[in-house]
Design a protein around this ligand. Structure first.
Ligand SMILES: Cc1cc2nc3c(=O)[nH]c(=O)nc-3n(C[C@H](O)[C@H](O)[C@H](O)COP(=O)(O)OP(=O)(O)OC[C@H]3O[C@@H](n4cnc5c(N)ncnc54)[C@H](O)[C@@H]3O)c2cc1C
Length: 509
């Protein structure tokens, strides 16, 4: 039987926050219990506000619980690109704001005595070929121009494919779930209310903001923070055209050989992100990578875990696999998140598009949004503004990288209708059922579910993700469980169930 759970969710103990019981009116409602939402709750509570945070599942059930745990302003190759695109001041603003978030985490861990194994280390970006070496050297030059404490290292033995790297000093890594749990506890002690198991279904924004939740609950709020990764309310923004869901895989292993400490990543494809974590004094190797646009991976998803295991084996030898997981985050056209008001003068706020660097960007979003609510304005608003013209100026990249292959993917799927006689337990396939293209999943208890696999967002046909056992949308990253329940992304509704019953009772025409 498959089982994916991150090392962080596996090893953290989680406090119980009961669901919301009745409809309520509040000053500030935060939707989402990841690092963005919990940071906003903490910052507001610290200043005497009493925000309500609701979370569909448990805290850190989303991407925050499935991260690598690097806390760094070294975000792949970014500073050179930002300088080229928007100028040096913009790049400097990005670096300064991310440093602010890193310092916030450092200080809050100390102040609130949070036990999250915050380690100080250097964050390296290393080249595996000549082209990347040149890009990384340019990144180093721009980093120096920006005043970042960076070093160039021409030769280093780790990882074995290293052809030169730049290191940003005084960066961090931590256990993200323990950090967010600690932050949530501190927020609650200061006056925030947290309710897990409380899912928002719909947002209405007029004279006041009304959020409709499961179990017929309604929350009225003066301010609404959408900390849900993909915003659940669009306003004028059409976020699905500018947020691209990207999945990535992670493993935690005990290794046979020792390896140097630090945060390591290489640009390009396949990217590998490595770090050390200390658990009860024991060194754990974390390796993350094999990212791809959601639902757009050739062949089975399980192969991504194999690739990571082979990589970990090649750099340190694998003694024992402790955990494997996968998760998704959203990219924007220019690698810069959207943080701020959802539209001019609106009391709805958003933090999203962290490009897999949301431990600092999500922290920054929580801090900035709290400022917007408390003071009506915040530093760095222009940098993270949804109006910065990023989509237009990056349209070429978006069309070729993001939308280019969707049509091909969908087209090829229309050609494959398969028989289900040899459908194995834990397997999902696209089949014809009652003259319609559908998705079937055979569960481990031999029950089957047949779903209408037109995504409820924009009817794109879904692909089966055999690593996570989910139906994923290649267009905008919506994801559904095998019983049709909506898991994440821009769709609002679950999938239609066409058949549920025993495998042996099923007759497919
Ligand atoms: C494999 C991987 C590795 C990464 N590694 C790093 C790293 O090393 N460093 C780094 O800085 N970043 C990293 N990132 C990115 C980072 O983890 C994320 O950007 C960040 O955790 C996002 O936080 P969040 O709070 O915005 O979203 P989430 O953590 O996803 O939280 C959103 C929450 O909202 C809830 N929610 C959604 N809809 C509703 C609703 N309708 N009602 C109620 N609740 C709802 C969800 O259940 C979820 O818990 C990584 C990402 C991936 C995929």
């Amino acid at each position: 039987m498959h089982s994916t759970i991150s090392f962080w969710n596996k090893t953290a103990s989680k406090a119980h926050y009961p669901p919301l019981e009745k409809s309520i009116e509040v000053d500030t409602l935060i939707i989402g219990g990841g690092i963005t939402g919990v940071t906003a709750a903490y910052c507001l509570a610290l200043k005497g506000k009493k925000p309500l945070l609701i979370e569909a599942g448990g805290l850190c059930d989303g991407t925050t619980g499935n991260t690598t745990g690097k806390v760094t302003i070294q975000h792949d190759i970014i500073y050179r690109r930002l300088k080229d695109k928007y100028g040096l001041d913009f790049a400097k603003g990005y670096a300064d704001s991310q440093t602010r978030a890193l310092e916030f985490i450092r200080k809050v861990v100390e102040k609130e005595n949070i036990h999250c194994q915050l380690a100080t280390c250097t964050s390296y970006i290393y080249a595996t070929n000549e082209e990347d070496r040149e890009s990384i050297q340019q990144e180093y030059e721009v980093a120096k121009e920006l005043g970042i404490d960076a070093e160039w290292i021409d030769h280093f033995h780790f990882p074995n494919v290293n052809r030169g790297m730049v290191g940003f000093k005084n960066q961090h890594a931590f256990h993200a779930v323990r950090y967010v749990e600690g932050l949530a506890k501190a927020a609650a002690e200061k006056g925030a209310t947290l309710c897990c198991g409380t899912k928002a279904i719909r947002v209405e924004s007029g004279e006041s903001i009304q959020v409709y939740c499961e179990r017929d609950l309604v929350i009225k709020a003066k301010h609404l923070v959408m900390a849900t990764q993909h915003p659940i309310f669009d306003g004028p923004n059409l976020y699905f055209t500018r947020l691209y869901a990207n999945r990535e895989y992670g493993i935690a292993v005990e290794a046979k050989r020792d390896w140097p400490d630090g945060n390591f990543i290489n640009p390009g494809n396949p990217a590998r992100s490595i770090r050390t974590h200390l658990e009860n004094g024991k060194k754990i190797l974390i390796a993350v990578g094999d990212g791809h646009f959601t639902a757009r991976s050739e062949g089975g998803m399980e192969k991504h875990f194999e690739n990571l295991m082979n990589f970990a084996g090649s750099i340190a030898g694998v003694e024992n696999l402790l955990a494997k997981w996968s998760a998704q985050d959203y990219k924007t056209p220019d690698q810069v998140p959207y943080i701020g008001r959802n539209s001019d003068h609106s009391n709805i706020y958003v933090g999203t598009g962290y490009n897999k660097w949301g431990l600092t960007s999500g922290t920054l979003a929580g801090m900035m949004i709290a400022d917007l609510i408390l003071k009506g304005g915040t530093e760095y608003e222009a940098i993270y503004s949804r109006d910065r013209g990023d989509l237009f100026s990056s349209l070429g990249t978006v069309l070729s990288e993001v939308f280019g292959s969707v049509a091909e993917l969908i087209k090829s799927k229309f050609e494959t209708t398969e028989s289900i006689k040899n459908l194995k337990q834990g397997e999902g396939r696209v089949i014809e059922y009652k003259g319609q293209k559908t998705g079937i999943f055979r569960d481990y208890d031999d029950s089957v579910t047949i779903l209408d696999i037109s995504c409820t967002h924009m009817t794109t046909e879904l692909n089966f993700n055999d690593a996570e056992k989910t139906w994923d949308c290649p267009a905008h990253g919506g994801r559904f469980a095998t019983d049709g329940t909506l898991l994440e992304g821009p769709p609002k509704n679950c999938l239609k169930v066409l058949y549920r019953g025993k495998f042996e009772d099923l007759q497919v025409k």
